[in-house]
Design a protein around this ligand. Structure first.
Ligand SMILES: C[S@@+](CC[C@H](N)C(=O)[O-])C[C@H]1O[C@@H](n2cnc3c(N)ncnc32)[C@H](O)[C@@H]1O
Length: 288
């Protein structure tokens, strides 16, 4: 176990079951975002995301899900992801313990990977669950999106007296469209399952307040911690792989060095040092 504790942002290297059991106090976290391995055979830095049987995978998931729930405050929320084939099991397990308020679809265009003999995968499911449906954070005003009926079509609601133009903004529905993180995008890191910053920003803005603590037990490239920092929240990220810990330390600008190694983002095939500097300036603008 290795722990990097920078006051508002903790990065912990280790097995999440162990860390959740021994390092994080119960009822201390406002929001959990859990994006575990999906048991579909991806390689995380050489470690295959595949259990011997589906039952083994689900047994493991039930253990860490229970631990995550223990960490939440009584008014806390959890967003949880897995592959489409395992989400029904998660749903049944979690709804005995929490209230599932939304079953979200993260939809993306995956025109690069087109299935020919069946219907290709265009979405990933996310459950939005709360401990107490009568007391939870939901900052609707901070995540409003355009409501086309009012904003574009300018339709009038004649049921109102006097008739009124429809609202031009609304709370997003349960299908969210965000581009997947691609190799050429500035936020890209060398990881097979990196989630977009925009997805985490919506979740964090909606379900936490400034100063709240957000826990990610499978941090990967530390997108959750990165978005939490941008939004003035505290974060705890747990990750098994050293290479991804280095990404987290660099991405959150917590340190320049790890075990004597200077932490630098790898240049991608199309990049030169000059274009890298320009891209970093653009990212800084985003961080403001
Ligand atoms: C789906 S990825 C998370 C991606 C992350 N949300 C992001 O935006 O980069 C799952 C991560 O869990 C890590 N992992 C797998 N088993 C773990 C364990 N037992 N404890 C901690 N991390 C683990 C993997 O190394 C991988 O980086």
């Amino acid at each position: 176990m290795e722990k990097f504790d920078y006051q508002n942002h903790k990065i912990i290297r280790g097995d999440s079951l162990d860390i959740l059991s021994n390092e994080i106090s119960d009822h201390s976290v406002d929001l959990v975002f859990a994006d575990p391995p999906y048991n579909i055979g991806k390689s995380f830095n050489g470690h295959k995301d595949k259990w011997n049987t589906e039952e083994d995978y689900l047994n493991w998931c039930c253990q860490w899900i229970d631990k995550c729930i223990d960490k939440l405050k009584s008014n806390g929320s959890m967003y949880i992801m897995t592959s489409t084939q395992f989400m029904p099991y998660f749903d049944i397990f979690i709804r005995k313990r929490m209230t599932i308020l939304s079953r979200l679809i993260w939809y993306y265009d995956s025109s690069g990977v087109q299935a020919k003999n069946y219907y290709g995968s265009m979405y990933e499911p996310i459950l939005f669950c709360v401990n107490n449906p009568d007391n939870y954070t939901f900052n609707a005003q901070d995540i409003l999106v355009e409501a086309k009926t009012g904003a574009k079509r300018k339709l009038i609601d004649y049921r109102k007296n006097p008739p009124q133009v429809y609202n031009s903004e609304k709370v997003p529905g349960n299908v969210w469209e965000f581009a997947r993180v691609r190799y050429r995008m500035d936020e890209y890191e060398n990881h097979p399952a990196q989630k977009p910053i925009a997805l985490l920003q919506r979740i964090i803005k909606a379900s936490s307040n400034v100063g709240d603590t957000i826990l990610d037990p499978f941090a990967g490239t530390f997108t959750t911690s990165y978005a939490a920092k941008l939004l003035g929240r505290k974060s705890i990220g747990i990750e098994l792989q050293e290479d991804y810990i280095k990404i987290g330390l660099r991405r959150l600008k917590l340190t320049d060095e790890y075990k004597g190694e200077k932490l630098q983002k790898e240049l991608r095939t199309f990049e030169t040092k000059k274009t890298r500097t320009q891209n970093q300036s653009l990212l800084k603008l985003l961080e403001k």
